[in-house]
Design a protein around this ligand. Sequence first.
Ligand SMILES: [Zn+2]
Length: 156
Amino acid sequence: MNNVKKQKLKVKKDSASRVKRKGNTKGTGLGLQKSLKKLKKKAWKVFSIWVRKSNANFNGYVACCSCGDQYLWNSGEIHAGHWIHDKLDYDERNVHPQCYKCNLKFNWKKATTGYAIFMARKYGVDEMDKLRKEAYLKGNNYSIQELEEIIKKYEC
Ligand SMILES: [Zn+2]
C-alpha cells in the first residue's frame, strides 16, 4: 500500500519537473491560458475586420456610429468600437464601426452621445438594457470552443 502511494507521488513529481524543465506548458493551466489568449487575439482580429467590412458601402467606406464621418474600412482611421467597454468583445450588438477620434474620445461628449443615439435607434432601449445585463454576467469570459466558433463564423 505504501509502495503504491510512493510510486504515485513519484510519478506526479516527475511529470511536474518535466514540465518545468522543458518549458512545456501544454495541458497545464498556463498552457490553456496561453492558447486562450492567442485565440482571443485572433478572434478579435477576425471580428473587428468583419465589423468594419460588413458595414462598408460599395466603395469601401464605412460611417462612424458616433459622429457619422466616413472612412475606408481598412484605412486604420475606423475602429471596431465598443458600446460597453471591456465586455462582450465578440457581440455584434456591442461593437460597431467607430472612427479613431470618437473611439479614443477626442471629443468625449460627441462620441458617447452619438453612440447612445445610434444604439437607441438601432436596437431600442429594452435591448440596450438586456445587453447591459448580459455584459455584466458574461464579461469577456469566452471558452476556447466559443472563440473557435467566433473565428469560424466571422473569418472572411
Ligand atoms: Zn467618429
